[in-house]
Design a protein around this ligand. Sequence first.
Ligand code: ADP
Ligand code: MG
Length: 657
Amino acid sequence: YTRSYYEILEKRRSLPVYAQKQEFLQCLMSNQTVILVGETGSGKTTQIPQFVLEAVHVDDAGKNPRKWLVGCTQPRRVAAMSVASRVAEEMDVAIGEEVGYTVRFEDCTSSKTVLKYLTDGMLLREAMTDPLLQRYKVLVLDEAHERTLATDLLFGILKRVLRNRPDLKLVVMSATLEAEKCLEYFSGAPLMKVPGRLHPVEILYTREPERDYLDAAVRTVVQIHMFEPPGDVLVFLTGEEEIEEACRKIVGELGDQVNVVPLYSSLPPAMQQKIFDPATGNRRKIVVSTNIAETSLTIDGVVYVVDPGFAKQKLYNPKTRVESLLVSPISQASARQRAGRAGRTRPGKCFRLYTEKSFNNDLIAQTHPEILRSNLANTVLTLNKLGVDNLVSFEFMDSPAPVTLGGALSDLVDLGALDADEGKFGNLTRTGEMMSEFPLDPQMAKMLIVSPKFNCSNEILSISAMLSVPNCFIRPRGEARKEADEARARFGHVDGDHLTLLNVYNAYKQNNGDSNWCYENFISHRAMKSAENVREQLVRIMSRFNLKICSSDYTSRDYYNNIRKALLAGYFMQVAHLDRTGCRYLTAKDDQMVHLHPSCCLDYKPEWVVYNEYVLTSRNFIRTVTYIRGEWLMDVAPQCYHLNNFKNCETKRVLQK
Ligand code: ADP
Ligand code: MG
C-alpha cells in the first residue's frame, strides 16, 4: 500500500503553515530576511522550502540555473535525511534528484537538485569554498531555537553574505519564541507567526524524585498502557543503549500488545522511517527516542509523553578545556516542548518523572547556546578559513567567554595550526590550513597530517574512519551477548582500542566487505560501509595536499609503535597517567581522575595511555584507549613541555626526568 500523491497533498493542505502560504511568500518577496516562528509540527520544515521553490520557479525560471538552489539547514543529520525523503515523496520525485540532502560524509544530490536539505555544519563547510554561497537563491535556517554552534556561526556569516548579495534571501525558522533575540540580531526583519493548534496537555509530576529514570520510564509506559485510553506514547531517553534497553524491557512487560519503535541517530535510515508507520492491528505505538523527537521530527498520533527530564548534552569546562558529552537535566523550555508533543492530535498527558518543585527550582529556563558549551578550537579554525581573523569583531549572537576563546587559540598554537609570537596569536600556518580542510576535530586532522612522517598514513586513515562512524560492535542482550563479546575479543589488540579498530577494519577488507562475515562476527555492516566511505573521502583530502598514503613493513618491530606515535602526535592533549592506586588514571592536562571505560580492550593497566574521548556518567571514563610510552611524549609532542596545561604533577615530574 503506497500513499498516493493526492492523499499526501490533502494532508499537506491541512497543516497550519498552508493557510499562510500567500502571506509568507509576499513577506519574503518584499524582505531579504524573514523570521518565522511556529509550533513544532505546523509544517515549517517540510512545507516552507517547497513554497519557496514554487515562488523561485515562477520568479525567474531558467534565468540563472546555477543560482537556483534552495537550501534548508538542520542541526541533526537524521532530520536532514528524514525530512528530505519525506519532501521527495510529497513532490513525487526520487530522493537525490530534485530533492536531496547533504550531511557529513554523505552527499545525496545531483545536477537536478533544486531543493537541498543539509546540516548546518555542511553549509558552513560550503561557505569555506564558496564564501558568498553563490549557489543558493534562498537559504532557510531551520531549528534556530536550538542554537547549535554551527547555526550560530552561520548567523554571523550570513549577515555578511546578505550585505554583499542583495539577491539572496534568508528565512530563519524556529519553534519556540526566543525570537526576540533573532529580531534584534536581524534588525528590520519581519516576524511571522504560525498559530499553533495545540490541544491542552495535562502535566503530571512524580511525588518523589525517581532513583532510576529508565525503570521509572518503563513502569510509566506500562501504566499508561493499562489504564489510559488508546493513543500513542512517546518516551524521551538519552541515547542508543538506554533506548534499546528500555525497548526490550517494554516488550518484556507488554509483549505483543504494543509496537515499540526506537529512534536515535545511529539507527539505519529505514528503521528511522518506521516511527512514522501507524501501529498495526489495534496496537498502541510506543516510540522511545532521543531528544530528536523534541522539535526536529514530529510523530503524529502521540497522546502521551513520558519525560524523565534528561538529555545528553555537550558541556565544556573552560578551566580544564575539556569538552564532554554528559547526561544532564534539560531546561524548562525543553520540558515544555516535550509536553507539547502530546497535544498535537487531541488533549494529551505528559508524565514528568521528576517533582514539580524540581521543575521550578532545578531546571534552568533555557538551554545555553552550544557556543557557550564548546571547545572552540575547531570554530576558530573554521572562522579563520572563512576569512574572519578578528574574532572580536565577529557578530556573535552570544559571544563566548574570552577565556574560552583564549583556550581555543592556545590549543591551536600547541597543535601547530596557528603562529604565536610573544603571546600574540598570529596567522593560520600551513598545517592549520590543511587542518581546516578536514571535516574532523583538529586533533584527528593533525594526526592524519603527520601520519606520513611516521610511515603509517594508511593505518591512521583506517583508524580515523573507524572513529568517525557509530560504534561497529554489536552487543545483543541475553544468550548472544557472550558470543558477541568473544567475537569482539578476537579482534582485540594487546596495545589498545585504536589498534583493535584497525584490526576490525583490516579483517573487514580481507573479507571483501562481506555482510555475512559481519553478521557472524557481530560487526555492524552499516558502520563498516560508512567507515569505508569516510576513509575514501579522507584519502581524497590527503591527496589534495600531497600527503603520502603509506605503510611501513607489517612485520617490522616498529610497525605498531609508529602508529601509536602518530596517535599521540594528534592527541597529545588527551593523555592520562596511572595514579598510585594502580587502578585509576589522572589526565595529564588537567588532573581529572578517570577510569578506563568498561568497553576498553586492555586487560592490564599501562602507565601511560592516550584516549579518544572523555565520558562523564556516574563515574568519569576515558573511552577508546591505547597504551603509549611516556618518553614518546617528549619526542612526539615537545610542546608538552611548555604547556602550562599539564597541571598533573606526576606528569610534569616524569616529563622533566
Ligand atoms: P515543523 O517543521 O513545523 O515541526 P514538519 O514540517 O516537520 O513540521 O512536519 C509536518 C508534518 O509532516 C507532521 O505532521 C509530520 O508528522 C509529517 N511528517 C514529516 N516527516 C514525515 C514522514 N517521513 N512520514 C510521514 N509524515 C511525516
Ligand atoms: Mg521542523
